[in-house]
Design a protein around this ligand. Structure first.
Ligand SMILES: *Cc1c(COP(=O)(O)O)cnc(C)c1O
Length: 393
């Protein structure tokens, strides 16, 4: 397992060529603009004619220089053709599904997807006569899920909450042989730990909200595609008026500069905590693909460049009240949604709602941790006192 090619250098050099004179600041300046002025009608018409393919500023609803710089950074990280930014990670997912599906189509979705995707499917697909079904989070049985009208396979690897790993190259071969596209949520990999487009995917969705931003103060989504499918995504994004504010793009680009320095600290902390939890008598199961006995370990070793700060665990005592007691006893872990910032977080996952193919009844209370940049010894100390309070109850 090695680092993605020259990643650390690319994170420093990319998205900085916003010329403003003979000299220039290290960071591209923040450019706030809605209206862009032109010298003549002909000049405006010329700019509009070229903006589909070139980085030309015509109007704020079509993007801004800071968003363009961040898009180019993400395109390079993911190894794609172009990237488009969306107001949240969930909006990026929704816009991908809307762009590539139409009435009468079927989409095959991995059981391990980010749970709000299920909500989107219930809200949107029935009303628009789009069929959807799920395949097992380990990919088993996926070929049987393909239907004559399957146009898109939508996957996430490692999966949300318990990190099931999919054999993405195999999935891509099956989807393509069937004439379907493969879209993958790469939020876990952050364009750094995993490169789905290189493994055969056509579309990569991600939430820069998480590690790219890294500071828990921006929400944003991104979609990066191959050249072949870019026009569809771009046309749909234009039609829906999708862009992000220059301030948010500026913040994410700023966060991205330190990604290569932050990630190994998150990863080492999570591996240390995972190992400590695995040997704790109150813990029944630890979920982390870097653990040798994790079901996804071999695929993770084959296809990934590393791991991040996420891990989950289940207590031996499966009662939800016990998991809640442990979470409430933690002092250093903030109780809250999302992850990828500098701080440690904890949430209670209810796997019964997060999966529909795999039966999680009876082992549904899973505690998810995000390991931040604190000293790992203090985090382990906090977990130790929280688990001790459980046995004292
Ligand atoms: C958080 C997350 C998203 C959504 O991102 P938001 O910006 O919070 O909407 C999508 N996919 C995965 C895997 C996530 O963890």
């Amino acid at each position: 397992m090695s680092e993605a090619p020259h990643l650390a250098t690319r994170l420093i050099l990319n998205g900085r060529d916003m010329a403003i004179g003979p000299g220039r600041p290290v960071n591209p300046p923040l450019v706030r603009a809605s209206t862009i002025l032109f010298d003549s009608v002909a000049a405006l018409r010329d700019a509009r004619a070229r903006r589909g393919n070139e980085r030309i500023l015509t109007y704020g609803a079509r993007g801004n220089p800071n968003a363009f710089a961040l898009e180019d950074m993400i395109t390079d990280l993911e190894g794609g053709y172009r990237t488009r930014l969306f107001p949240t990670g969930l909006a990026a997912i929704a816009q991908t599904l809307i762009a590539f599906l139409q009435p009468g189509d079927h989409v095959l979705i991995a059981d391990s997807v980010y749970e709000p995707v299920r909500h989107f499917a219930r809200e949107f697909f029935d009303r628009y006569r789009i069929d959807y079904s799920f395949f097992a989070a380990d990919g088993e049985g996926m070929p049987d899920g393909l239907r004559p009208n399957t146009r898109l396979v939508y996957a996430e690897s490692p999966g949300s909450l318990v990190y099931e790993v999919l054999d993405l190259p195999a999935l891509a071969r099956l989807a393509h042989a069937h004439g379907a596209l493969l879209a993958v949520d790469n939020t876990w990999g952050a364009g750094v730990l995993y490169r789905p487009l290189e493994l055969g995917a056509d579309i990569v969705v991600s939430a820069p909200t998480k590690y790219l931003c890294g500071h828990s103060d921006v929400v944003m989504g991104a979609v990066t595609t191959s050249e072949a499918v870019w026009p569809r995504l771009n046309a749909s994004g234009d039609a829906h008026g999708m862009t992000v504010s220059p301030d948010d793009a500026w913040l994410v680009l700023r966060g991205a500069r330190t990604l290569a320095a932050r990630l190994p600290v998150h990863a080492a902390g999570a591996i240390a905590v995972a190992g400590w939890l695995a040997s704790h008598p109150a813990v029944g199961r630890v979920y982390h693909p870097a653990l040798p006995d994790d079901p996804g370990h071999a695929l993770w070793q084959r296809d990934f460049y590393g791991s991040n700060g996420l891990l989950s665990f289940a207590l031996r005592d499966q009662r939800e009240a016990s998991a809640i007691a442990v979470i409430d006893a933690l002092r250093l872990f903030g109780i809250g949604a999302s992850w990828g910032g500098f701080e440690s977080l904890v949430t209670l996952a209810d796997m019964r709602h997060a999966r529909s193919v795999t039966d999680w009844s009876g082992r549904s209370a899973v505690i998810r941790l995000h390991i931040g940049l604190e000293a790992v010894d203090s985090l382990i100390g906090d977990l130790e006192q929280a688990l001790a309070s459980l046995t004292a109850r």
